[in-house]
Design a protein around this ligand. Structure first.
Ligand SMILES: *[C@@H]1O[C@H](CO)[C@@H](O)[C@H](O)[C@H]1NC(C)=O
Length: 283
């Protein structure tokens, strides 16, 4: 008899091991410059690592890595601002964001505080010079629910929208999709499910491209021109493999002051350690 269980386990392990993604739709992916906009040191490791590592995992272009990081507070709610600033630097080292492409801001009106909703106009003013100077084409940040409902997180998309609507450049805004609480702690299971969905949608898109468009590289079809394919198949999503998950875990270990007991549970079970889905926001 064929030992089925070990085969299934081996298949799932192999499947889990490799990363998978649906990239941000772009006419010229190599020319995009991404700014990751976060509120506190540790957001990058706890929530955005699959995307950071997915974007940086590609072959570097002539201009180096395309990813910039801007953190809008030093996380001083408990008076640990100086420590957390240093922890962020170490975390970004682990995630391999270039040293000259990362900044942390300590602004009197943007302090880490769970009762304060930051003013979008202040956020826009602070972020603006970075967007212009580094010709950022895509801003990546929290969505209106902010994953954890933290008001500082929730203010970021408003600030980014405020800024982009005032700029003449055609930068785009994508927000990290908050999932309902029951599905927030499905970690590795969700990584498997998301990969199955991703591969099945890729096969469908590819098939659609071959059959109806006669194209060889079906993944370049923009959503509107593929009527047979549901729009959600084009949702940008980054699913980590085992290596990226381990890297995210190590990045989080750099945030020593934050490693209270329940955060270990987060690291083991959170889906954001494995899966990032993105929604484009009209500005
Ligand atoms: C947070 O903001 C509230 C209201 O403005 C203020 O009373 C409190 O002291 C602030 N907390 C910290 C840690 O700064």
């Amino acid at each position: 008899m064929v030992p089925l269980a070990p085969l299934v386990v081996a298949f799932l392990a192999a499947f889990l091991y490799s990363p998978a993604s649906n990239e941000f739709q772009s006419a010229d992916p190599a020319s995009e410059r991404y700014l990751l906009l976060t509120a506190h040191p540790d957001d990058e490791a706890m929530f955005f690592a699959p995307t950071i590592l997915g974007l940086l995992g590609r072959a570097p272009s002539d201009t180096g890595s395309p990813l910039y990081s801007l953190c809008l507070s030093v996380g001083d709610a408990d008076g640990l601002g100086n420590t957390r600033r240093e922890e962020l630097a170490q975390s970004l080292n682990v995630l391999a964001i270039d040293a000259d492409k990362r900044w942390i801001v300590d602004h009197p009106e943007l302090q880490d505080n769970i009762t304060v909703e930051w003013d979008p106009a202040v956020i826009a003013n602070v972020v603006k010079p970075y967007i212009i100077q580094h010709q950022i084409t895509i801003i990546l940040t929290f969505d209106a629910k902010g994953i954890s409902e933290h008001p500082n997180h929730r203010a970021l998309p408003k600030g980014a929208k405020h800024l982009l609507s005032s700029l003449s450049t055609k930068s785009r805004l994508f927000t990290l999709t908050s999932v309902p609480t029951p599905t927030k702690y499905t970690g590795v299971v969700d990584a498997l499910i998301s990969k199955f969905q991703l591969y099945s949608s890729k096969i469908l898109i590819y098939y659609d491209g071959l059959v109806t468009k006669g194209l060889e590289r079906a993944e370049i079809i923009p959503p509107g021109s593929a009527p047979n394919i549901p729009p959600h198949f084009f949702t940008p999503v980054f699913v980590s493999g085992a290596k990226a998950y381990t890297t995210a875990f190590k990045a989080m270990l750099a945030h020593k002051s934050q490693l209270v007991w329940f955060r270990w549970l987060y690291l083991l079970f959170s889906r954001y350690m494995w899966v990032n889905e993105w929604t484009e926001v009209e500005v």
